[in-house]
Design a protein around this ligand. Structure first.
Ligand SMILES: *[C@@H]1O[C@H](CO)[C@@H](O)[C@H](O)[C@H]1NC(C)=O
Ligand SMILES: *[C@@H]1O[C@H](CO)[C@@H](O)[C@H](O)[C@H]1NC(C)=O
Ligand SMILES: *[C@@H]1O[C@H](CO)[C@@H](O)[C@H](O)[C@H]1NC(C)=O
Ligand SMILES: *[C@@H]1O[C@H](CO)[C@@H](O)[C@H](O)[C@H]1NC(C)=O
Ligand SMILES: *[C@@H]1O[C@H](CO)[C@@H](O)[C@H](O)[C@H]1NC(C)=O
Ligand SMILES: *[C@@H]1O[C@H](CO)[C@@H](O)[C@H](O)[C@H]1NC(C)=O
Ligand SMILES: *[C@@H]1O[C@H](CO)[C@@H](O)[C@H](O)[C@H]1NC(C)=O
Length: 483
């Protein structure tokens, strides 16, 4: 009996020390006038084995967390040699008021041997559902994802740009977790990384003594671009400024610092992406029930590309079509209309059983299928007023839902039968979509049709490309009206 108990204990402990990090995001899906909210939380849980996610449970930490009404789990992707597996669990929660609450994951252990000495796992999300004065809606969290493990050779400088998409158009910032806020336990940052508030992690080169796995425990937050008021259904109000965050989500993963590689040049040992792989940060559009195809191609001349590793919705499928050629496909369901979902990917190559990672690329997939409003598109495409000088977009209030992304006319498409809803399915690499923008502009210099065409359209295009649209985007002036 004693022996039996002992064995049981050991098996529990070993199962619990397989954690490779987590993240969780949320979308409110139904907000009732009495304050009751249905919120969908999507969590990525990373473990050695695909079944171990059952050891991790998001529990109420603070506030009225309501009750979980469903949880749907599916494997996202697993590493071919069995290093890790990422599972997505989609939880639906019902809360009776739109007051903020916090959930946390707090048990078990990370993989052993973490260089920055993190042992226990802990992660925390603050869900903010109060009505925002600027959007007239409940807040949505930043949308991002990350792979369980990202590898960097110790002798190469590398930059890791996390995806920072916010459905409300908020400014997204990153910081390391704070143990006093229960965001991690402990929160010791990796000594080999520099983190910028815009969520870029800069690495090395560093000495070979710094090799090994590091736990990266970040918190990503959304900040309003101007002061707003959050209103609870009971009438209580709270303000948020550009310095106070609205919601916060954890982003935790393992950075693996590997032995020296003979060359840091992309495309030799470290695989490099080739066209038509989409650029990092682009936004692709897909309609409900249609299929978005993302074609990825990579090369490595000195090593052998062995697999694509990705992190996205669990019902995203991967297909290999040739050496270093992959396709990811995803078909959003009607319940995902209006939402934006992230996917990140990289290519892994091997030589003499050493693994090499390409850069990480992430894209955001925006789901059309219901009337498109500015809340899904506008804030991310035109947000800056200062970069459009000398002709500037006069203010964000002119970018109201009624004026921006109105449906296109036949002038745009030569098609009279189909109103373009700012979105069409984007087949492999082409990213076709047509948007009619209605902007109010003002300028200190005279506004003639010529200088609008020559100067303003170029500046607007540059800004749209900077915000993630493909550089092949073209803009045409349809009509000018005096205010
Ligand atoms: C949120 O506020 C807007 C106006 O600011 C109002 O139209 C809307 O009904 C409010 N939503 C809820 C759920 O109270
Ligand atoms: C990180 O920042 C420190 C101090 O600014 C600098 O010395 C170091 O080179 C930086 N490291 C990387 C990897 O950028
Ligand atoms: C919140 O902001 C509103 C509008 O700017 C202002 O009238 C109010 O006094 C602020 N409340 C607090 C508590 O700062
Ligand atoms: C890899 O080989 C291809 C074909 O020979 C060549 O075009 C490419 O430039 C090489 N890549 C690098 C990084 O040298
Ligand atoms: C999507 O497919 C579902 C199930 O086949 C169907 O009920 C729904 O009407 C479709 N929605 C759209 C927008 O095509
Ligand atoms: C792609 O892969 C999935 C499994 O990941 C498979 O079900 C599907 O048939 C494949 N599609 C094509 C076009 O090969
Ligand atoms: C890989 O193995 C071969 C043969 O053992 C050796 O010559 C080569 O230096 C190794 N390459 C690397 C990058 O380790």
């Amino acid at each position: 009996m004693l022996l039996f108990l002992l064995l049981l204990l050991m098996s529990c402990t070993s199962q619990a020390s397989h954690f490779f990090g987590t993240l969780i995001t949320y979308y409110p899906t139904d907000v009732r006038s009495d304050g009751a909210v249905t919120v969908v939380l999507r969590s990525k849980l990373n473990f050695r084995s695909c079944n171990d996610y059952t050891h991790a449970t998001w529990q109420c930490h603070r506030g009225n967390c309501g009750s979980q009404t469903s949880a749907v789990a599916g494997t996202v992707d697993s590493e071919s040699t069995g290093q890790f597996c990422q599972t997505e669990v989609v939880y639906t929660r019902q809360v009776s008021t739109n007051a903020p609450f916090q959930l946390w994951l707090n048990s078990g252990n990370w993989i052993s041997g973490i260089v920055n000495r993190i042992v226990s796992w802990r992660a925390l999300i603050r869900v903010e559902l109060r009505n925002r004065s600027d959007t007239g809606q409940a807040n949505r969290s930043p949308q991002t994802t990350i792979l369980p493990v990202v590898r960097v050779p110790s002798n190469c400088p590398r930059q890791l740009n996390l995806l920072t998409f916010d459905p409300d158009g908020d400014e997204v910032k990153c910081r390391y977790g704070d143990a006093s806020e229960d965001e991690c336990n402990p929160c010791t940052p990796p000594s080999v990384l520099n983190l910028s508030s815009s969520c870029t992690l800069s690495f090395g080169p560093t000495g070979s003594g710094n090799q090994g796995p590091y736990a990266v425990q970040l918190v990503m937050e959304d900040f309003p671009r101007q002061s707003i008021t959050l209103t609870q259904t009971d009438g209580t109000k709270e303000n948020r400024t550009t310095d106070t965050s609205i919601s916060k989500i954890p982003v935790q993963f393992v950075l693996q610092v590997d032995p020296v590689v003979p060359s840091c040049t992309d495309g030799l040992y470290l695989p490099r992406f080739l066209p038509p792989t989409p650029d990092h940060g682009v936004q692709l559009y897909v309609l409900v029930n249609q299929t978005l195809e993302i074609r990825i191609q990579a090369e490595a001349n000195m090593s052998t590309i062995s697999e694509l590793l990705f992190s996205g919705p669990h019902n995203m499928a991967e297909n290999r079509s040739g050496p270093g050629e992959y396709t990811l496909t995803w078909s959003p369901s009607p319940s995902e209309a209006g939402q934006s979902h992230p996917v990140c990917f990289l290519v892994q190559a091997v030589l003499n059983s050493t693994k090499y990672h390409s850069d990480l690329r992430c894209i955001i997939m925006t789901v059309g299928g219901t009337p498109i409003t500015t809340t899904t598109l506008a804030p991310t495409t035109v947000s800056s007023t200062t970069t459009l000088a000398p002709t500037t977009v006069s203010s964000t209030t002119t970018l109201a839902p009624t004026t921006v992304f109105s449906t296109a006319t036949e002038t745009v498409t030569n098609s009279t039968t189909r109103p373009i809803t700012a979105v069409t399915s984007a087949p492999a690499g082409t990213q076709n979509f047509i948007v009619a923008l209605h902007l109010k502009i003002s300028s200190s210099s005279p506004l003639t049709e010529d200088n609008i065409e020559d100067t303003f359209l170029q500046q607007l295009k540059d800004e749209l490309v900077r915000q993630g649209l493909p550089s092949s985007t073209t803009l045409r002036l349809l009509r000018i009206t005096e205010p």
